[in-house]
Design a protein around this ligand. Structure first.
Ligand SMILES: Cc1ncc(COP(=O)(O)O)c(C=O)c1O
Length: 283
């Protein structure tokens, strides 16, 4: 049974197809809270050993903000520390902020490029109404590149590859951003209920599975390592015994082995249906 699942994550990536390497900066799970390992991030730009050439050719940090799958909403201090490392190494930050509207009560999203003029000039911000307004099928997104030179390079390189937005997608995107506030407010309040229910249920009924406290996104990251199953057995167990089809954590990289990701953007009554089955399966 293979124990390193990174090949699953890397198999499809356009980064590798463009002749680049990925230097993965693992998050650290400390007392149930995911944190950035800043020393390791710094080391990705300045490797002392291994196959990476010196000086580093690392040119880009790709940031998921809020983070899918662990649900972190990065604080200003964390963003500043990450960004300063990037700036020091003359690199660019691609900040994927597609989940930015989906905030758990008490969290605030800080757009990476809003931090300072210096940050703005080395940022590529990716946004879309796909998540908050459920419009993934309409293929509409925005990429914000404030720096003229960087933007021209992006436009030139993408010419003929990146399709232009279709009129339905464009209209739906504009309608969501202009008129969707009230809908979004109701959706977020519904999501808050959907988040509290499984957190409480797991705490009380299946304590071997620990839900990581989510700060944003409509995803909940479950630490199932307490069940003592290897990732492939856990996958089979969830589907065949507990009869739920969550996303396997190892799809997000090796350190996700033993974790599962739930999407909680669904009608609340589904939780009631599946939890009885979950509980039986986990005894
Ligand atoms: C962080 C993140 N970025 C990008 C995407 C892709 O979004 P879309 O389906 O709108 O292309 C997803 C989808 O799951 C995502 O979670």
């Amino acid at each position: 049974m293979p124990t390193n699942y990174d090949w699953l994550l890397l198999r499809h990536t356009p980064i590798r197809n463009n002749g680049c390497h990925i230097a993965n900066n693992q998050l650290r799970l400390i007392n149930g809270h995911y944190e950035i390992d800043f020393d390791e991030l710094e080391g990705k730009f300045n490797p002392e050993a291994g196959m990476m050439p010196l000086p580093s050719r690392a040119r880009m940090m790709i940031l998921s903000s809020p983070h899918n799958p662990v649900g972190r909403v990065w604080t200003r201090e964390e963003l500043i520390r990450m960004g300063e490392i990037v700036l020091k190494n003359n690199a660019v930050t691609v900040s994927d902020e597609i989940h930015c509207e989906l905030l758990v009560k008490g969290s605030t999203h800080i757009p990476f490029d809003s931090i300072s003029r210096e940050f703005e000039q080395c940022s590529v911000i990716c946004m879309a109404p796909s998540k908050a307004f459920n419009l993934a099928g309409l293929h509409a997104s925005s990429i914000i590149i404030p720096n003229d030179e960087l933007r021209s390079k992006f436009v030139e390189t993408g010419d003929g590859i990146v399709p232009s937005v279709n009129i339905l997608g464009l209209t739906a995107m504009e309608a969501s951003y202009r008129n969707g506030d009230e809908w979004l407010e109701q959706f977020l309040s519904y999501m808050q209920g959907n988040l509290e229910f499984p957190m409480q249920y797991l705490r009380e009924e299946i304590p071997k599975i620990k839900a990581i406290k989510s700060e944003g996104t409509y995803l909940v990251w479950l630490d199932c390592r307490g069940l003592g199953l290897n990732p492939m057995i856990l996958r089979a167990f969830m589907r065949e015994k507990a009869r739920v089809g969550f996303d396997d954590g190892f799809l997000f990289g090796s350190s996700g082995g033993g974790f599962q990701r739930i999407n909680i953007a669904l009608p609340t009554f589904y939780f009631g249906r599946s939890t009885e089955e979950d509980r039986e399966g986990c005894q």
